[in-house]
Design a protein around this ligand. Structure first.
Ligand code: HEC
Ligand code: HEC
Ligand code: HEC
Ligand code: HEC
Ligand code: HEC
Ligand code: HEC
Ligand code: HEC
Length: 251
């Protein structure tokens, strides 16, 4: 994990003497790289990197690209005896060199901008699809007023897992009007956004944001998996959202 500003020196010292990190958990996922504190050979391979970065790539869910080696994404360059480790492409273009953007009609702001690393670790995490937190907590991280830390002076926001974004990256962002426990009140008052799916019975998967929304993109407004039916629209094949759970809502 990389920390901001004045902390890198403290961290280096702490790392060298084996102390735990004294710095606040702020992740700089936007760095393009820079001067590497340790001199490396230009052809240093994954085995060399992991001698020091043994924590990178640890987690229940490991990005498949890790099998291709560190230098798939990081390049080592030496100039006048100074080692630089830079990303092979700007961070907001790196992921889409292998993962083409969806060509759906509606794209989620941070996905469209290539800001993949705000939600996914490039290396590994303990959550499916190597997201930094459980999917529901990822969504609430930006869309729940109680979770997002806003700094109006710096014009930045910080999500609970420590990634900071500028207002420009957050263009168009909105909060949901959820209850205190962030479990209900959307898309209609009193509606659950988590917990058991009592409309479908005990066998059904619990409700999450992902019961109704895609994380990246969809062909329906608000990245819904389907459009909500308007009364009298019963023949619309893509208008089944509410009917997924409320079988007899619009007879
Ligand atoms: C799929 C591309 C990719 C691969 C493969 C990859 N990285 Fe990264 N790595 C990134 C990106 C993107 C960042 C975030 C930008 C930054 O901080 O420079 C990053 C950040 C880092 C950081 C600084 C932040 C942190 O988490 O500590 C280290 C150290 C690092 N990588 C080491 C490695 C090592 C060692 C390997 C191989 C075992 C590796 N990376 C493989 C893309 C990758
Ligand atoms: C001899 C130990 C050592 C080796 C070998 C090593 N690193 Fe590092 N690296 C460090 C230390 C110490 C830091 C600073 C503390 C931190 O950020 O973890 C660092 C920082 C980084 C960073 C974040 C700072 C930056 O430059 O953006 C990246 C990325 C990184 N290393 C990638 C690599 C890659 C890729 C390799 C293999 C090609 C590698 N390192 C090999 C010790 C090492
Ligand atoms: C060098 C090519 C390459 C790059 C660059 C790359 N990936 Fe991947 N990624 C893969 C491959 C290969 C897979 C496995 C096949 C698949 O699911 O598409 C994968 C899978 C994934 C998965 C799916 C994991 C799962 O459990 O389904 C996620 C999420 C992901 N990558 C995110 C990223 C992010 C974020 C970045 C940028 C930091 C990135 N990838 C950059 C090659 C790459
Ligand atoms: C707002 C958070 C967020 C952003 C930004 C984001 N993702 Fe994801 N991504 C997720 C979540 C959550 C899932 C799991 C989706 C699911 O289970 O339906 C996922 C799934 C994936 C998968 C595996 C499933 C699939 O769709 O193939 C890949 C690969 C992936 N993301 C890559 C990316 C790339 C590349 C970017 C940037 C262009 C990106 N993600 C941006 C949250 C995000
Ligand atoms: C990094 C912050 C961030 C995270 C995390 C995030 N969002 Fe968003 N979301 C935004 C921003 C910014 C917008 C406004 C831009 C846009 O319309 O996409 C937005 C818009 C939306 C919209 C409205 C899209 C439209 O067409 O008007 C939906 C729905 C949404 N997000 C759902 C989700 C879901 C579901 C998750 C979890 C997988 C999630 N968001 C996670 C930042 C975030
Ligand atoms: C039961 C289905 C359902 C669930 C669950 C759900 N949504 Fe929605 N969401 C909708 C519908 C329908 C809309 C369309 C606009 C509306 O009616 O508010 C919407 C709209 C949105 C918007 C845009 C709001 C605006 O003011 O423009 C965001 C952001 C959003 N959802 C995020 C989330 C997040 C985050 C979660 C999980 C905490 C979630 N949704 C769970 C159905 C759902
Ligand atoms: C993923 C399943 C699911 C989807 C999709 C879904 N709902 Fe629900 N809904 C529930 C559950 C569970 C409850 C709470 C138990 C119940 O009332 O059956 C509920 C309750 C409601 C209630 C009663 C709220 C209250 O105050 O008790 C209304 C109204 C409602 N849903 C409307 C909708 C509408 C409109 C849509 C489509 C935009 C929709 N639902 C989509 C699962 C769902």
């Amino acid at each position: 994990m990389r920390y901001r500003g004045g902390c890198s020196f403290i961290l280096l010292v702490a790392a060298l003497v084996g102390l735990p990190s004294p710095c606040p958990a702020q992740m700089d996922v936007w760095s393009k790289g820079g001067v590497h504190p340790v001199t490396l050979k230009a052809d240093a391979d994954t085995a060399t990197c992991t001698q020091c970065h043994s924590d990178i790539g640890k987690g229940k869910y490991v990005h498949t690209a890790m099998t291709m080696g560190c230098t798939t994404c990081h390049q080592v360059q030496n100039e006048k005896g100074v080692t630089h480790v830079n990303l092979v492409a700007p961070v907001n273009q790196l992921c889409i060199t292998c993962h083409a953007l969806a060509d759906d009609k509606v794209l989620h702001g941070p996905y469209k901008a290539g800001d993949c690393v705000v939600c996914h670790s490039p290396h590994a995490s303990n959550f499916p699809q190597q997201t930094w937190a459980a999917h529901q907590d990822i969504c609430l991280g930006c869309h729940a007023r109680a979770r997002l830390k806003v700094n109006n002076r710096k014009k930045t926001v910080t999500v609970p897992w420590g990634v900071t974004l500028t207002f420009a990256q957050m263009q168009g962002w909105m909060y949901l009007n959820l209850n205190q426990t962030l479990t209900a009140n959307h898309p209609v008052e009193g509606h659950p956004v988590s917990g058991p799916n009592t409309a479908m019975g005990p066998q059904a998967a619990p409700i999450t944001c992902m019961s109704c929304h895609k994380a990246h993109a969809s062909n329906f407004a608000y990245m819904l998996i389907k459009t909500p039916p308007a009364p009298g629209q019963s023949l619309c094949k893509t208008c089944g959202l509410c009917l997924e759970c409320h079988k007899s809502m619009f007879p």
